[in-house]
Design a protein around this ligand. Structure first.
Ligand code: ATP
Length: 239
């Protein structure tokens, strides 16, 4: 790899009560990379994103952002550093309007001065959100809510966006649209961590990928190499 990693997760262990969700997991993400992390239900994908985002406190290990260990930092400080997430449950303010949700996403110090320009950019990307700017977020369709969660992340001008199963609950055509948005953000040089159960689509757009099983990294490689890996094909693609 030509550059230093933007983010390095080193020997990360996460547990809840007596159970271990991640057991000494190490991954790196390089600048402008689209990294796919795939795995079955319960493999630990969400725990990885939530610990990087500061929502879950790891039991052990390091999370280095540009070389600084940020493990245990509170979530708002992690957002201010330029790390945003599009969480699995979207986690919108359901009673607030589309526009209010976007304004909240843009209220971080790092992006506040450019909030009105950024909101126009989000509306340009998702005209559906502009049409519905005064509608309560909780009344949007699933696909529209996913657009809003992505728009809210973009409002923070992140360097790294972490997507937790963005295709979940979406129709095949909306799933394709979602992957197109991820590709478009990647083309604009945003670094992306994409967590998916949709292994084929995710690895086919990923520069590199990791396979998580029961809290362990069991395989890593380029997206193309993982897609042709015998184990991946057997276990995840039913081939
Ligand atoms: P999915 O694809 O089903 O969302 P995942 O790969 O994202 O799964 P995690 O959500 O990280 O996996 O869960 C990993 C393990 O940790 C699972 O066994 C899960 O039951 C457990 N776990 C996750 N969150 C909690 C919690 N708050 N309390 C107790 N156990 C939890």
């Amino acid at each position: 790899m030509p550059n230093e990693p933007l983010l390095t997760v080193q020997s990360l262990t996460v547990g809840y009560g007596g159970s271990t969700a991640l057991d000494s997991v190490s991954i790196s993400i390089y600048p402008e990379e689209l990294l796919s992390v795939v795995g079955a239900n319960g493999a630990g994908k969400t725990s990885l994103i939530r610990s990087i985002a500061g929502v879950v406190r790891p039991l052990d290990g390091e999370i280095r952002w540009r070389g600084v260990d940020i493990a245990g930092f509170p979530p708002w400080e992690i957002c201010e550093l330029g790390i945003a997430q599009v969480p699995e449950g979207r986690e919108l303010f359901r009673n607030l309007s589309v526009e209010e949700n976007l304004l909240i996403g843009g209220s971080l110090k790092r992006a506040r001065a450019r909030r009105s320009g950024n909101i126009q950019q989000v509306y340009g990307l998702f005209p559906r959100l502009l049409e519905r700017r005064l509608q309560a977020a909780g009344t949007l369709s699933g696909g529209e809510q996913q657009m809003l969660a992505i728009g809210r992340a973009i409002m923070a001008e992140p360097e790294l966006i972490m997507f937790d199963e963005p295709s979940i609950g979406l129709s095949p055509s909306l799933t394709r649209a979602m992957f197109d948005i991820v590709k478009m953000l990647h083309a604009k040089k945003t670094t992306i961590l994409l967590v998916e159960q949709n292994v084929a689509d995710s690895l086919s757009i990923g520069d590199r990928g990791y396979v998580l099983e029961n809290g362990h990294v069991v395989l890593e490689g380029t997206g193309a190499a993982l897609l042709t890996n015998k184990e991946v094909r057997r276990a995840y693609l039913g081939l």
